[in-house]
Design a protein around this ligand. Structure first.
Ligand code: MG
Length: 366
């Protein structure tokens, strides 16, 4: 029987939330629910440590998992795990940080296998950065990088041996079970983890969510000798009627961007009743919208645009429009795709009365 202790009794103060970060939602579910569902297929029982304060909220999440229950945590992580260990029924126990929701079934399986084969299994990654020992701001020594690993969770042990380690440790505090086990039982065995299994600690770690936005705009043809699409001037027998510069493509992209960022629409920020926006450079407005999205912690991942127009012929200008959009949104050259087509003479576009642009855009954490 395999048991897992999920550490959820911390405050997560470094994440800068006013409550336990494991209660924060990601992709529609609390972080802790993601962690528990990662283990639910491979663990026969899940014990979730929690503080008195969080017991009700964590209990609600835990009840959705049939083999899970809460255990009151202590003042330190070690104390919490020790409390949970007393209630563990499995012969093998895995200890896991609640704030590592991306743990894969393979890592969990490898951890269990390592315990069965070697008596312990500690998830670890080779260091990619050079690590040094420093005192008072000065390097004392630099360990050989080949020998340096960063230790994650899960960490698996035979339950009796981990209990023994905690008994022997008494009041001594360790940051994780691998160092405790090494101090009181024997050096534990490492197994390779994966980089996706990261611990969400700081506010920026929570900005992994991607958000999609969609925007549409239409402008009618009127007087003029050119149109603007994505900031690119295109000769045309007629211009587009607008309060601003009439860049229908920039408007659709701006709406997609604002929408993805969870903001209001273009008319809210740049009303066409405001004289300040008469003849406005729409690419500048797009830049302002980008700043608003960036202030919410997002950057644009990619953009896809579709233009419907009978005239003028847009093919010669597509590359320039793509480059202009990529530059405005800080995207690589292939980050902004633009397709153009006619409407087969159907409807207002087909009758040559106006141009419609559809834009879809993906934001991700910075
Ligand atoms: Mg418009």
């Amino acid at each position: 029987m395999i048991s897992v202790i999920v550490c959820a009794a911390g405050r997560g103060a470094r994440a800068g939330f006013s409550r336990n970060k494991l209660l924060e939602e990601c992709n529609g579910l609390p972080l802790l629910a993601h962690t528990l569902s990662a283990f639910s297929g491979q663990a026969d029982e899940m014990l979730v440590t929690c503080s008195e304060e969080d017991e009700a909220a964590i209990g609600t999440i835990v009840r959705a998992f049939p083999h899970a229950r809460t255990v009151r945590g202590g003042a330190t992580r070690g104390e919490s795990v020790k409390n949970a260990l007393a209630a563990v029924r499995g012969e093998i126990v895995l200890v896991h940080d609640g704030a590592r929701p991306f743990v894969s079934p393979k890592v969990i399986g490898d951890c269990i296998d390592s315990v069965r084969t070697f008596g312990s299994g500690v998830c670890a990654l080779p260091a990619t950065d050079t690590t040094v020992i420093a005192r008072d701001g000065q390097i004392v020594s630099a360990p050989d990088r080949e020998e340096v690993f960063t230790v994650q969770t899960p960490q698996g042990f035979y339950t009796e041996e981990l209990r023994l380690a905690y008994e022997r440790a008494g009041e001594r505090v360790f940051t994780d079970e691998s160092s405790l086990f090494a101090a009181y039982v024997r050096p534990p065995r490492l197994f390779p983890g994966d980089r996706a299994n990261r611990k969400l600690t700081y506010p920026e770690d929570f900005r992994f969510a991607e958000r999609v936005g969609f925007g549409v705009d239409t402008h009618a043809f009127g007087e003029g000798d050119h149109i603007l699409l994505g900031g690119v001037k295109i000769p045309s027998e007629r211009g587009l009627i607008a309060h601003s510069d009439g860049d229908v493509l920039a408007h659709a992209v701006t709406d997609a961007l604002l929408s993805a960022a969870g903001l209001k629409d273009i008319g809210t920020y740049f009303p066409d009743t405001d004289p300040a926006y008469a003849g406005a450079d729409s690419m500048q407005l797009l830049g302002t919208a980008l700043t608003l999205a960036e202030e919410k912690g997002y950057r644009v991942k990619n953009l896809s645009v579709s233009v419907l127009a009978e005239t003028p012929r847009l093919a010669p200008y597509i590359d320039a429009i793509r480059a202009s959009l990529a530059s405005a949104l800080s995207l690589p050259p292939d980050g902004a795709a633009v397709a153009a087509g006619t409407n087969e003479k159907l409807g207002y576009v087909g009758e040559g009365k106006g141009i419609t642009v559809y834009a879809m855009l993906l934001l991700c954490g910075k």
